[in-house]
Design a protein around this ligand. Sequence first.
Ligand SMILES: C[S@@+](CC[C@H](N)C(=O)[O-])C[C@H]1O[C@@H](n2cnc3c(N)ncnc32)[C@H](O)[C@@H]1O
Ligand SMILES: [Zn+2]
Length: 285
Amino acid sequence: MTDDSIVLSCPVCTEPLTATQPTGRALACPAGHRFDAAKQGYFNLLTGRGTSFREDTSAMVEARAQFLAAGHYTPLAEALAEEAVSAHHGRIPRILDAGAGTGYYLDAVARAFDKAPGGRPESLALDISRYAMRRAAKLPRTRALVWDLWRRLPVADAGVDLVLDVFAPRNGAEFARVLAPGGHALVATPLPEHLGEAMGPLGLLSIGTGKGESVADALGQDFEPLHTRIVRTPLHLSDDDAVRLALMGPAGHHHDAAGIRERLAVHPVPQVVTAAFRIQVFRRR
Ligand SMILES: C[S@@+](CC[C@H](N)C(=O)[O-])C[C@H]1O[C@@H](n2cnc3c(N)ncnc32)[C@H](O)[C@@H]1O
Ligand SMILES: [Zn+2]
């Protein structure tokens, strides 16, 4: 990695965490805390700490990767990329994708800077799922770390310029700490009507309108809301798409493909299902 690498912070002692030379297959801090890369290239910083969180399984992550690769959510990826480029006026941001999953949106956003001078941004993918981080680790100039977003993030103060959060937990205090002043947070959330037509047939968990705090409240006083963009897109889902859609979300912890197919035989998914998202752009004060 080059000098403009994102500075990591040791999860044990907060000192800088750097790649050990010459292979870069381990991260270590001056106090001697050390984390070896997994075979697939990601780093599990939660080793030895444990967590009560239930990670997305291999099958759930596989379903998500296939569903996204089919292009159903391309309009959201494109909108996020446009917002990132316009927020940074073509300057290359260091990017943190919080709850990155497979890194699909991170890749779309990073790619949007490919043609700018300086090229592909340095980026960091964090997720609690090892299966997700296996995939994100394959992206260029990307470090993938298994970590719990509700803990102190393993990133130096003001270490990144853009936080991307797509349907993932929002730790406002930590996002504020790791963002450089003037940096941005791009937060995507589903609208209440998201996938409405498919909820019943697929046995999905409803999104729960009005429940919980708003994104702005979660991010807190250090963030100035700049603007909001709605992305609405019709989905034409095959049965395979519909099964993947069901498996890739929280319902994937409770159902398997065979169960979902049985359900679809009785309650087919409508011809058109609406995906509806809100993107909110914030500036770190
Ligand atoms: C709905 S998925 C979205 C993934 C990705 N942003 C995308 O849109 O494809 C939510 C992600 O957040 C991760 N996640 C949930 N809670 C987390 C936590 N406490 N710490 C880190 N990641 C978490 C999950 O593993 C999952 O990959
Ligand atoms: Zn340390």
